[in-house]
Design a protein around this ligand. Structure first.
Ligand SMILES: *[C@@H]1O[C@H](CO)[C@@H](O)[C@H](O)[C@H]1NC(C)=O
Ligand SMILES: *[C@@H]1O[C@H](CO)[C@@H](O)[C@H](O)[C@H]1NC(C)=O
Ligand SMILES: *[C@@H]1O[C@H](CO)[C@@H](O)[C@H](O)[C@H]1NC(C)=O
Ligand SMILES: *[C@@H]1O[C@H](CO)[C@@H](O)[C@H](O)[C@H]1NC(C)=O
Ligand SMILES: *[C@@H]1O[C@H](CO)[C@@H](O)[C@H](O)[C@H]1NC(C)=O
Length: 484
């Protein structure tokens, strides 16, 4: 009885006289005679399919492609197709997108014809993309990390200093607690559909620790101090600043000001705490302490946490009395911005006998062109002088070289100005001529990408040629112009 029912269910039998078919396998009844029932293949791979039954005295084996082409396996129309098994079977090499669809295999035995099919899905072979680093917050518990967006069957994950773990299904890992130990490169092998070879993937995992970002900003007649919480779940409950030498501090609140002191930052909600001091006096410079009250969720209740504290050492605004009114009196000069890179900055300032520590790392400081041999030191000297370039690009690792004034004369600013002007006037014609001659050749500097030093352009040099747009809107603080 069972046998008979099976046969009846197999609708693929076009001729049910085949009582000799020996397949009382319920799977065949369910899935049909084609094997595999459905097949995912990455483009370029091979697809294998066959009939799940073998006929006695099998005669022909005829294939019908999804596109409707019919051929006998013994005489395929292309060498992409061949038999791969003794039974009625087909191997498709170099699978292409248009191979998607239903492939029919029809075997004919003595008195019997059997047909089965396989559904082929061709998956585009996308090269692995470079995944961005995974950023985790230190100290969080039960963190689920998704390692791949691909539809994979399984993956094998190797974390630094840890055994590999085989993850069935979607490739994600749950960490009990994030610590610095998981930071590094995670090697992942993905078992993806349509491919026999596992797909390797690397993910960078970065664990960010909670910390305070502190500092200060001189802003014309204002001084801003800030203490912002980074990489934290904690919320600010209060914010306090105190000059360490004073007995009292300031209770800083979003949106509150007493005329002289006010909140600075983007709000407590953004975990920013800061104070702005209007018209700071000498007393306002020096060492400050900021204290932040914080709370966080602990077991579904918000709990007050120990306050976070930091010290800020505020240097007074740097003053070079010799340099006042520089930009007014010598407008034709170029000013070259001192690099932000701390080592380069130190070197430049040491050469000009300035103490680097007195100057905020983020402040814009400029050297007058007098301290350079611009023709050598500027990478785009000619383009700039000709007006083709509006940025000053210095040669990589250039150092100011001319400091004769400091040692052997007490030149006044206006002296320096006129000499510079005279120099320019004298040389301008010749410079332009030289530039015209050398412009054809590219000016090559070493390590080009790092050669760019953002300039602040006060005034373009040859006044009577092309006047460029001053591309830096930031006003130059005269007090930061060094070294005349
Ligand atoms: C096929 O049919 C022929 C005549 O119709 C018969 O003689 C033969 O036995 C059959 N073969 C099988 C395998 O049933
Ligand atoms: C912190 O603030 C956010 C936004 O208002 C809120 O969703 C979160 O629950 C707060 N956490 C605590 C500990 O108060
Ligand atoms: C700077 O220049 C202005 C305008 O020329 C002048 O009033 C002022 O006194 C100058 N300051 C110094 C310190 O020379
Ligand atoms: C430069 O001026 C300072 C103070 O005005 C003076 O002490 C120093 O001797 C002068 N240097 C030279 C080389 O004249
Ligand atoms: C330079 O250009 C400015 C603005 O165009 C002009 O006011 C000034 O007189 C010019 N100076 C010289 C020396 O040509």
């Amino acid at each position: 009885m069972f046998f008979k029912r099976t046969v009846l269910n197999v609708a693929y039998l076009t001729c049910v006289t085949a009582v000799s078919l020996k397949f009382n396998d319920p799977l065949i009844a369910q899935e049909g005679l084609g094997w595999p029932h459905s097949l995912q293949v990455a483009a370029g791979h091979e697809a294998l399919m066959k009939l799940a039954v073998t006929l006695d005295n099998q005669g022909s084996c005829v294939i019908t492609t999804p596109g409707g082409v019919i051929f006998d396996i013994e005489s395929p129309p292309s060498d992409r197709f061949s038999r791969w098994d003794d039974t009625c079977s087909l191997k498709v090499k170099q699978v292409r997108e248009d191979d998607t669809g239903r492939w029919r295999l029809t075997a004919t035995g003595d008195n019997t014809t059997v047909m089965g099919w396989t559904e082929v899905h061709v998956i585009e072979d996308i090269p692995p993309t470079v995944a961005p680093p995974i950023i985790l917050q230190d100290g969080k518990s039960t963190v689920k990390i998704d390692l791949s967006t691909e539809d994979n069957s399984y993956c094998l994950v190797a974390k630094p200093f840890s055994d590999s773990a085989l993850v069935p299904g979607h490739c994600s890992v749950t960490l009990d607690r994030t610590t610095r130990a998981v930071q590094g490169t995670w090697d992942v092998l993905l078992g993806v559909p349509g491919k026999i070879a596992e797909v390797p993937m690397r993910r960078e995992v970065v664990v960010e620790a909670e910390r305070l970002d502190v500092g200060y900003i001189h802003d014309n007649n204002k001084l801003h101090l800030y203490c912002n919480i980074l990489h934290s779940e904690k919320n600010i409950t209060f914010c306090r600043f105190q000059r360490t030498s004073k007995l009292f501090g300031y209770h800083v609140v979003d949106g509150l000001s007493d005329g002289k002191r006010s909140y600075y930052g983007k709000g407590f909600l953004r975990k920013e705490c800061g104070i702005t001091i209007q018209n700071p006096i000498a007393d306002d410079y020096g060492s400050w302490r900021c204290t932040l009250g914080v709370n966080m969720w602990e077991d579904k209740v918000v709990k007050e946490q120990p306050p976070m504290q930091a010290l800020i050492s505020v240097a007074p605004k740097f003053r070079v009395p010799k340099c006042t009114n520089t930009s007014i009196k010598t407008p034709e000069k170029l000013f070259i911005c001192v690099p932000r890179n701390i080592q380069m900055r130190r070197k430049w300032l040491e050469l000009s006998r300035r103490n680097c520590d007195e100057i905020m790392p983020s402040s814009n400081i400029f050297f007058c062109e007098d301290h350079f041999n611009l023709q050598q030191d500027m990478a785009n000297y000619c383009e700039y002088k000709m007006g083709f370039s509006q940025r000053i690009i210095m040669v990589d690792k250039v150092l100011p070289s001319k400091f004769s004034c400091q040692s052997d004369c007490n030149k006044t600013i206006s002296d320096a100005g006129t000499s510079c002007k005279a120099f320019v006037k004298r040389k301008r014609k010749r410079l332009i001529h030289e530039c015209e001659n050398t412009l054809q050749q590219p000016i090559i500097t070493k390590n080009w990408p790092s050669a760019i030093i953002e300039p602040t352009l006060l005034k373009y040099l040859p006044n009577d040629t092309v006047e460029p747009i001053i591309n830096n809107n930031q006003a130059v603080d005269e007090q930061y112009i060094l070294g005349l």
